[in-house]
Ligand binder design. Structure first.
Ligand SMILES: [Fe+2]
Ligand SMILES: [Fe+2]
Length: 198
């Protein structure tokens, strides 16, 4: 698969973009990973935005709590924790037992497509604790599990500024209107010039 350069969306206003890019650039530039822009997670937030936000939040929690963490695992585990690659919104939360089964599916697909360490795999598989009975083995797993839950709440309630589908549509409508206005202005100017040349 061809790779695009790794980038992070500005609208997420990330606090740890440098660390995320340092350890996650191969994931962030992967075409299959980028398809998650089209899948909704909570509210109008895409899976893509959600997992990047969880990575950022996990790093911030670690800093706040002065925890010594494996930043590489934290970033990669967070970016891949919901790598199940379908839109459960279309089918509902119970689609294919989504709530319970998606961590296992995400881990399997992540291992197929990326280099995933044992720790990262454990983080992905156990991020839904306590809904899935076994708790995370590593502190990085606890961090993403907590960041996942707090993000889900803010995303569902829509408290965080996100580039939602609605906003994307509004932005492109705005741009189209601006283009139309510029065209009309240029046309009027040309007509005026023609008139004064006569
Ligand atoms: Fe999840
Ligand atoms: Fe998640």
């Amino acid at each position: 698969m061809s790779k695009k350069p790794a980038e992070l969306p500005d609208y997420l206003k990330l606090k740890n973009a440098d660390i995320i890019l340092k350890y996650g650039s191969d994931i962030l530039s992967d075409e299959a990973f980028l398809t998650q822009r089209e899948y909704l997670q909570h509210g109008t937030v895409s899976v893509y935005d959600h997992v990047i936000y969880v990575a950022d939040k996990s790093l911030s929690y670690a800093k706040k709590l002065h925890l010594k963490v494996d930043e590489k695992a934290l970033v990669r585990g967070a970016l891949l924790h919901d790598y199940y690659l379908y839109d459960w919104h279309i089918h509902g939360a119970f689609y294919r037992g989504h709530i319970i089964r998606h961590p296992k599916e995400a881990a399997a697909k992540a291992k197929q497509d990326f280099k995933v360490s044992k720790k990262e795999e454990n983080m992905i598989r156990r991020h839904m604790f306590p809904l899935t009975i076994t708790p995370p083995r590593y502190r990085e797993g606890w961090l993403i599990s907590w960041a996942d839950k707090t993000s889900a709440v803010s995303e569902t309630l829509g408290k965080k500024a996100r580039r939602s589908k609605a906003k994307r549509a509004a932005d492109s409508a705005k741009k189209a209107a601006a283009r139309k206005a510029a065209k009309a202005e240029a046309k009027a100017k040309a007509a005026q010039a023609k008139k004064s040349a006569k």
